[in-house]
Write a protein that binds this ligand. Sequence first.
Ligand SMILES: [Fe+2]
Ligand SMILES: [Fe+2]
Length: 155
Amino acid sequence: MYIQWKKTYETGHPLIDAEHRLLVMLFRKLDIAIKTREPEATVLRIVQEVKRYVKFHFTSEENLMYETNYLGIEGHIAMHTHLLVDLNKMMSKLTSRQEFPEDVLDFLSDWLTKHIAHHDQLLVKYVENAVNRPVAELIYPEYLEMIITQNVESD
Ligand SMILES: [Fe+2]
Ligand SMILES: [Fe+2]
Protein backbone atom coordinates (compact mmCIF):
# COMPACT_ATOMS: atom_id res chain seq x y z
CA MET A 1 0.00 0.00 0.00
CA TYR A 2 1.24 3.49 -0.84
CA ILE A 3 0.13 6.12 1.62
CA GLN A 4 -0.10 9.73 0.60
CA TRP A 5 -2.28 12.79 1.05
CA LYS A 6 -5.22 12.84 -1.36
CA LYS A 7 -7.36 15.80 -2.28
CA THR A 8 -10.45 13.76 -1.37
CA TYR A 9 -9.34 13.75 2.30
CA GLU A 10 -9.90 17.50 2.47
CA THR A 11 -12.92 18.56 4.49
CA GLY A 12 -12.52 22.32 3.99
CA HIS A 13 -12.03 22.99 7.71
CA PRO A 14 -8.54 24.53 8.19
CA LEU A 15 -7.79 23.04 11.61
CA ILE A 16 -9.12 19.55 10.88
CA ASP A 17 -7.39 19.45 7.49
CA ALA A 18 -4.07 20.59 8.99
CA GLU A 19 -4.27 17.84 11.61
CA HIS A 20 -5.34 15.17 9.09
CA ARG A 21 -2.45 16.14 6.85
CA LEU A 22 0.03 15.67 9.68
CA LEU A 23 -1.62 12.36 10.53
CA VAL A 24 -1.14 11.08 6.98
CA MET A 25 2.45 12.32 7.07
CA LEU A 26 3.05 10.21 10.19
CA PHE A 27 1.49 7.18 8.46
CA ARG A 28 3.90 7.76 5.61
CA LYS A 29 6.79 8.07 8.06
CA LEU A 30 5.87 4.71 9.58
CA ASP A 31 5.49 3.22 6.10
CA ILE A 32 8.99 4.41 5.17
CA ALA A 33 10.48 3.08 8.43
CA ILE A 34 8.97 -0.35 7.77
CA LYS A 35 9.99 -0.47 4.10
CA THR A 36 13.55 0.70 4.75
CA ARG A 37 13.82 -1.92 7.49
CA GLU A 38 14.59 0.43 10.35
CA PRO A 39 15.38 -1.35 13.65
CA GLU A 40 12.38 -2.70 15.56
CA ALA A 41 12.83 -0.12 18.36
CA THR A 42 12.67 2.74 15.85
CA VAL A 43 9.48 1.37 14.28
CA LEU A 44 7.89 0.92 17.73
CA ARG A 45 8.75 4.49 18.68
CA ILE A 46 7.09 5.76 15.50
CA VAL A 47 3.98 3.67 16.24
CA GLN A 48 3.86 5.43 19.65
CA GLU A 49 4.23 8.79 17.92
CA VAL A 50 1.33 7.93 15.60
CA LYS A 51 -0.85 6.74 18.48
CA ARG A 52 -0.24 9.86 20.56
CA TYR A 53 -1.04 12.05 17.61
CA VAL A 54 -4.23 10.12 16.82
CA LYS A 55 -5.27 10.63 20.46
CA PHE A 56 -4.43 14.32 20.30
CA HIS A 57 -6.35 14.72 17.04
CA PHE A 58 -9.44 13.03 18.49
CA THR A 59 -9.35 15.36 21.53
CA SER A 60 -9.00 18.35 19.24
CA GLU A 61 -11.94 17.24 17.07
CA GLU A 62 -14.08 16.46 20.13
CA ASN A 63 -13.40 19.94 21.57
CA LEU A 64 -14.69 21.39 18.29
CA MET A 65 -17.86 19.31 18.77
CA TYR A 66 -18.36 20.59 22.35
CA GLU A 67 -17.66 24.18 21.36
CA THR A 68 -20.21 24.13 18.54
CA ASN A 69 -22.83 21.90 20.24
CA TYR A 70 -22.56 19.17 17.62
CA LEU A 71 -25.64 16.96 17.65
CA GLY A 72 -23.79 13.82 16.60
CA ILE A 73 -21.20 14.18 19.38
CA GLU A 74 -21.97 10.95 21.28
CA GLY A 75 -21.75 8.65 18.28
CA HIS A 76 -18.63 10.31 16.93
CA ILE A 77 -16.79 10.19 20.27
CA ALA A 78 -17.80 6.52 20.66
CA MET A 79 -16.13 5.75 17.31
CA HIS A 80 -12.94 7.53 18.38
CA THR A 81 -12.91 5.68 21.70
CA HIS A 82 -13.48 2.34 19.97
CA LEU A 83 -10.57 2.92 17.63
CA LEU A 84 -8.24 3.74 20.53
CA VAL A 85 -9.27 0.54 22.36
CA ASP A 86 -8.57 -1.53 19.22
CA LEU A 87 -5.29 0.27 18.63
CA ASN A 88 -4.15 -0.38 22.22
CA LYS A 89 -4.88 -4.10 21.78
CA MET A 90 -2.92 -4.18 18.53
CA MET A 91 -0.02 -2.33 20.10
CA SER A 92 0.34 -4.74 22.99
CA LYS A 93 0.38 -7.59 20.45
CA LEU A 94 2.96 -5.67 18.46
CA THR A 95 5.33 -5.30 21.41
CA SER A 96 5.07 -9.04 22.11
CA ARG A 97 5.67 -9.76 18.39
CA GLN A 98 2.22 -11.27 17.78
CA GLU A 99 1.42 -8.52 15.29
CA PHE A 100 3.25 -6.92 12.35
CA PRO A 101 3.73 -3.13 12.22
CA GLU A 102 2.49 -3.10 8.60
CA ASP A 103 -0.82 -4.58 9.77
CA VAL A 104 -1.18 -1.88 12.43
CA LEU A 105 -0.48 0.74 9.75
CA ASP A 106 -2.96 -0.80 7.29
CA PHE A 107 -5.64 -1.00 9.96
CA LEU A 108 -5.10 2.60 11.07
CA SER A 109 -4.89 4.23 7.67
CA ASP A 110 -7.89 2.28 6.39
CA TRP A 111 -10.01 3.14 9.45
CA LEU A 112 -9.04 6.80 9.45
CA THR A 113 -9.45 7.49 5.75
CA LYS A 114 -12.94 5.95 5.82
CA HIS A 115 -13.77 7.86 9.01
CA ILE A 116 -12.59 11.14 7.47
CA ALA A 117 -14.58 10.55 4.27
CA HIS A 118 -17.84 10.15 6.12
CA HIS A 119 -17.96 11.14 9.80
CA ASP A 120 -15.46 14.02 9.79
CA GLN A 121 -17.09 15.44 6.65
CA LEU A 122 -20.46 15.44 8.45
CA LEU A 123 -18.90 17.24 11.42
CA VAL A 124 -17.32 19.90 9.21
CA LYS A 125 -20.61 20.54 7.39
CA TYR A 126 -22.21 21.13 10.78
CA VAL A 127 -19.37 23.34 12.12
CA GLU A 128 -19.45 25.54 9.00
CA ASN A 129 -23.01 26.66 9.79
CA ALA A 130 -23.05 26.32 13.58
CA VAL A 131 -24.35 29.28 15.58
CA ASN A 132 -21.79 28.65 18.36
CA ARG A 133 -18.40 29.27 16.78
CA PRO A 134 -15.25 27.28 17.68
CA VAL A 135 -13.05 28.96 20.29
CA ALA A 136 -10.21 30.95 18.69
CA GLU A 137 -11.50 30.38 15.16
CA LEU A 138 -10.36 33.90 14.34
CA ILE A 139 -6.70 32.98 14.70
CA TYR A 140 -6.86 30.16 12.09
CA PRO A 141 -5.60 32.46 9.29
CA GLU A 142 -2.57 33.43 11.40
CA TYR A 143 -1.47 29.84 12.01
CA LEU A 144 -3.07 27.80 9.25
CA GLU A 145 -2.51 30.18 6.36
CA MET A 146 -1.11 27.48 4.05
CA ILE A 147 -4.08 25.16 4.47
CA ILE A 148 -6.59 27.99 4.07
CA THR A 149 -4.88 29.26 0.89
CA GLN A 150 -4.89 25.78 -0.62
CA ASN A 151 -8.58 25.31 0.12
CA VAL A 152 -9.45 28.65 -1.42
CA GLU A 153 -7.41 27.84 -4.53
CA SER A 154 -9.12 24.48 -4.97
CA ASP A 155 -12.60 26.09 -5.02
FE1 LIG B 1 -13.36 12.01 13.84
FE1 LIG C 1 -10.46 13.36 12.09
